[in-house]
Design a protein around this ligand. Structure first.
Ligand code: HEC
Length: 259
């Protein structure tokens, strides 16, 4: 009897596992394809940003994405942290019109951006943004790397992953097919085309390269203190190791006479 009981338990566990395994890889309708995975220089306990790539990514954001997406948590002075000089950051800030005021007459006015300003949104409000984008809202990109499952791999895959829709998928007039986007139908047209930007360092601006660079840039905007956090982690571990050695030595000394 006990043998049969065990058999039943084993069988049901086996069936359960098989069911779970079958459910995972299957792509139910509306589920997104798992993102491609790339090696990111800032990954791992000792990871640091690839400054050159982050700067190239800033250029892609500035020349392509900024037409539709804001970066509301980044001030122009923050660009000094990724290696821009103050003059370079000032030039970028001055490209943007900032609403300031009120002046003595109580009116708001426009002026060129300064280092202390934050990236302004490209649209005056969400309704204007929706109206210009077929009803879909282009999200602010400051934190998007942290806000999406899959992080940088997802953002990268989304940017390089546009495809022709498979048979049977109906798209609206302003929609495009991207298997990495949940549901597949996205209201953002493929934003990147080869050689859209001209990198000053001579890097070839392929779609993959621009997607990689802008994703590195957006990882920095989402967590500018990533490097400091990792360095602190390493210091704490070193401290704990040294402290353990010291405590062991103390323990041996204190107990030495009692043996
Ligand atoms: C012409 C306007 C336009 C441009 C240019 C543009 N986007 Fe978008 N983007 C959109 C719209 C609209 C959406 C919302 C799509 C939706 O919800 O269907 C979107 C959505 C996104 C999303 C969110 C996807 C999600 O999971 O919700 C990311 C990330 C993104 N864009 C990144 C970028 C990057 C990076 C660039 C520059 C390389 C860029 N976009 C350029 C209009 C644009």
């Amino acid at each position: 009897m006990r043998g049969i009981g065990k058999l039943v338990v084993a069988l049901s566990i086996g069936l359960g596992l098989a069911g779970a395994a079958a459910a995972t890889p299957a792509q139910a309708a509306g589920e997104a394809r798992s993102p491609l995975s790339r090696d990111w220089p800032h990954a791992g306990p000792f990871g640091t940003f690839d400054r050159a790539s982050v700067q190239r990514g800033m250029m892609v954001y500035r020349e392509v994405c900024a037409a539709c997406h804001g970066l509301e948590y980044i001030a122009f002075r923050n660009l000094l942290e990724i290696g821009l000089s103050e003059d370079e950051a000032k030039v970028i800030a001055a490209e943007y019109e900032i609403t300031d005021g009120p002046d003595e007459l109580g009116d708001m006015f426009e002026r060129p951006g300064k280092l202390s300003d934050y990236y302004p949104s490209p649209f005056p409000n969400d309704n204007a943004a929706r109206a210009a984008n077929g009803g879909a809202l282009p999200p602010d990109l400051s934190l998007v790397v942290k806000a999406r499952l899959g992080g940088e791999n997802y953002i990268y895959s989304l940017l390089v992953g546009y495809e022709d829709p498979p048979a049977g998928v109906e798209l609206g007039d302003t929609q495009h097919y991207n298997p990495y986007f949940a549901g597949g139908a996205i209201s953002m047209a493929p934003p990147l085309f080869a050689d859209m930007v001209e990198y000053p360092d001579g890097t070839s601006a392929t779609v993959e390269q621009m997607a990689y660079d802008v994703t590195n840039f957006l990882t920095w905007t989402a967590e500018p203190k990533l490097e400091a956090r990792k360095q602190l982690g390493v210091k704490v571990i070193i401290f704990l190791v040294l402290f353990s050695i010291l405590m062991y030595a103390v323990k041996r000394k204190v107990w030495a006479g009692l043996h």
